[in-house]
Design a protein around this ligand. Structure first.
Ligand code: PLP
Length: 365
């Protein structure tokens, strides 16, 4: 199941959903029913999973667009059952995946609260209990303790489900970190022991970024992690172009409030990328560099809504129209998503998803 929520992690749903399908994904996952409908309009073939279930009033769209929602709350069952009946669907025809809360306290039902939820899957219900899902929330931790506990809780839930006479086909568990850290084998065994097939849900890794392991492994790293780090290539490069290059004298002020004052004669390249594009203000003030002429150059002064200032004093060839790489590789230098994340107190997921809608997304191969 390829996760393409939040506009394909900011890379563009329109490009990424069909690319995932071309790459062999038979399931796509997004968060909301709205995102799922948008995905269905791009991709008629694959199963489309809405991680976030359906709000009241959205059941009709789930039926009309052949979507598969998660469920765990009584209201979600009510909505989906009513929509299925209104559309004339017979018993066991609208597939849903029951989410189990195995420790994150986000979505899902705890194993001990399963009884009233399982009671909704009656032979007369139009809902089909196709899958069980859970979210492993700490698979990026090298000691694996929380994940082992979650798997134990999941096993408990699966036992309760099968003893109540329900036999769903699919177990959906594990995002990129779980895939990369080699949890698939253990999860596949768990699925098989309950007569189910395992489905993993990577997101970040599909975009070519390996999750950082924190805390790191104390012993040997799993072979899957070593191989992933070696083989994954980031899919996204974020480029802009120099508007103009301005020679400024020593003492000139640069940007709002003149927070940068040139200590010597300098050359400043103006870039049409600002915080409205997701090039956030935290990147200003000489703390961060991007790539021009194949070399690193510092962002100086305050990042504006639509512009930023690049010190190209030491890169004399840079001129109007030249390409500048804000994230990605130019020549032998790379600015990684983790570098952006570390400079701004966040994670690559947020770096990608905050790249604004007015930045064109172009597929290059
Ligand atoms: C976002 C998400 C994923 C994918 O997570 P990555 O860490 O990007 O691989 C998988 N499952 C659920 C439920 C999610 O919300």
């Amino acid at each position: 199941m390829a996760v393409v929520k939040a506009e394909g992690y900011g890379h563009s749903l329109e490009l990424c959903a069909p690319a995932a399908v071309r790459g062999g994904a038979r399931w796509l996952a997004v968060t909301s029913v709205e995102e799922a409908v948008a995905t269905r309009k791009l991709c008629p073939e694959p199963r489309i999973f809405a991680i976030g279930s359906a709000f009241a009033g959205q059941g009709a769209a789930v039926v009309e667009y052949n979507l598969t929602p998660s469920v765990w709350e009584q209201e979600q069952f009510d909505e989906l059952e009513a929509a299925a009946r209104a559309a004339g669907l017979g018993p066991g025809t609208l597939p849903v995946h029951l989410e189990i809360d195995t420790g994150m306290s986000r979505q899902g039902v705890a194993p001990e609260d399963l009884a009233p939820v399982l009671a909704r899957f009656t032979p007369a219900s139009p809902l089909r209990f196709e899958g069980v899902m859970t979210h492993l929330f700490a698979a990026d931790e090298g000691d694996g303790g929380k994940t082992a506990l979650q798997i134990k809780t999941l096993n408990d839930a699966l036992q309760r489900i099968t003893s109540a006479g329900h036999f769903p086909d699919l177990l959906s568990a594990g995002s990129s970190a779980a895939v990369v850290c080699g949890w698939a084998e253990r999860l596949a065994q768990l699925a098989a022991s309950h007569g189910m097939k395992l489905m993993m849900r990577p997101g970040l890794a599909l975009y070519g970024v390996t999750p950082r392991i924190d805390p790191p492994y104390t012993g040997e790293e799993p072979a899957t992690l070593v191989a992933t780090r070696k083989n994954l290539q980031p899919a996204l490069t974020w480029k802009t172009r120099v508007i103009c290059v301005r020679p400024i004298p020593a003492g000139a002020m640069v940007g709002y409030n003149g927070t940068f004052i040139a200590p010597k004669p300098m050359r400043i390249a103006l870039l049409p990328a600002g915080y409205a594009d997701g090039f956030v203000r935290l990147l200003g003030g000489g703390r961060f560099s991007v790539l021009a002429g194949g070399r690193r150059a510092k962002i100086v002064g305050r990042v504006c809504m639509d512009h930023s200032f690049l010190d190209v004093t030491e890169i004399p060839d840079v001129k109007a129209g030249d390409e500048v790489v804000l994230l990605g590789t130019q020549g032998s230098e790379t600015v990684s998503a983790y570098e952006h994340a570390d400079a701004t107190g966040t994670i690559p997921w947020e770096v990608f998803t905050r790249i604004g809608p007015r930045v064109d997304r172009i597929e290059i191969e």
